[in-house]
Design a protein around this ligand. Structure first.
Ligand SMILES: C[S@@+](CC[C@H](N)C(=O)[O-])C[C@H]1O[C@@H](n2cnc3c(N)ncnc32)[C@H](O)[C@@H]1O
Length: 326
């Protein structure tokens, strides 16, 4: 198994947003399960893809990335690794058509409808209905029990929760906050039926027996699912056992998330203050340049024998100073 240690990765994900961070866990599981082909749903800039390709360069497995909006870094990987296959489609389009691989990473649009449909397609189309080895991202806060929508128009209206743009989330608040972890589009409420990634997984397991699920409670939560009647099932269980629902990891994740939320909130507050200062400068500048102001300055000059209480030059200089400090 070839997994580059975190500190030696060429493209480390310092913010902890990529499943590439967990290569030391999924890599040995794929080896134990004899995975010969893997598809990543939602490859974005290719951080996990790169780790999958590194792992595959030793095992000889095929790697497919499914990404409707690939970023440049992912496209560059195609030159570096000619064996990489990129399908520029949504998961539902791709999974309805392609042969189902031995392992699938589900990390695309994190909402109940999209994930449930992905799971339905995988279950219906895999050989003899055998569920492939599955890796899920975002099984923890904030998307475990709350839908996020990458492109709300792609979700049929009857499957969308009430949602908003530029949603800010804070742990412990089931609504939305003024400041917090930002999402372009997300449900306005957490919880309830058919809401969130973990709810979709639970509902799927409710109608498909014989599946094991491990949860690594770090980096927003990673789920690993496999059929327990596979000859390698116990070996995988042994590999993940130290990480599965590990209490110390849960505590570390809680602390990490709080710090992340606080950092975003502080940055948002600073942005708001800059914007407010900009608006104030604009308003003052309009007043200073108005004819009413010129007349008041003239009157003040007259009353104070040529020394007005305020002058346009002085206010303009203060405005310039304030602008240069922003
Ligand atoms: C969180 S990022 C993936 C991160 C990546 N797997 C990693 O670990 O580095 C989610 C990606 O899913 C893609 N996406 C959104 N909706 C999708 C869909 N319906 N099917 C496939 N991918 C989708 C987005 O364009 C985005 O690039």
């Amino acid at each position: 198994m070839q997994v580059t240690s975190y500190y030696h990765r060429t493209n480390p994900d310092e913010a902890g947003y990529s499943l590439g961070n967990l290569a030391e866990i999924w890599g040995p599981c794929f080896d134990a399960a004899g995975v010969r082909s893997v598809a990543e749903v939602g490859a974005e800039r290719g951080r996990l893809t790169q780790e999958l390709l590194r792992w595959a360069s030793e095992s000889g497995a095929r790697v497919t990335a499914i990404e409707p909006e690939p970023l440049d870094d992912l496209l560059e990987l195609l030159d570096e690794y000619p064996s990489l296959k990129l399908i520029e489609e949504t998961s539902h389009e791709a999974l309805a058509d392609m042969p189902i691989p031995d392992a699938v990473v589900l990390d695309g649009d994190h909402n109940y409808y999209t994930l449930s449909e992905e799971l339905r397609l995988l279950a219906e189309r895999s050989e003899e209905g055998r569920i492939p080895f599955l890796v899920f991202h975002d099984v923890g806060w904030p998307l475990a029990r709350r839908d996020q929508y990458a492109a709300p128009d792609r979700i049929p209206a009857e499957h969308r929760h009430e949602y908003g743009p530029d949603v800010k989330l804070v742990p412990g608040n089931s609504g939305v906050a003024e400041r917090g972890l930002p999402f372009e589009w997300a449900a306005l409420r957490e919880g309830g039926p058919r809401n969130g990634v973990f709810t979709a997984i639970e509902d799927f397991m409710g109608v498909h027996e014989g599946l094991r699920l491990a949860i690594i409670p770090l980096f927003f939560g990673c789920g690993l699912m496999w059929p327990e009647d596979q000859p390698w099932a116990d070996e995988v269980a042994e590999i993940v056992a130290p990480w599965d629902r590990n209490h110390v990891l849960e505590l570390a994740e809680k602390a990490r998330v709080i710090q992340l939320v606080q950092r975003h909130s502080r940055e948002q507050e600073i942005d708001e203050r800059f914007e407010a200062a900009g608006r104030l400068e604009e308003a003052v500048s309009r007043v200073v340049n108005s004819s009413a102001f010129v007349a008041s300055e003239w009157l003040s000059r007259l009353r104070r024998r040529g020394q007005p209480a305020f002058s346009r030059e002085e206010l303009r200089r203060l405005l310039d100073e304030s602008e240069s400090q922003r």
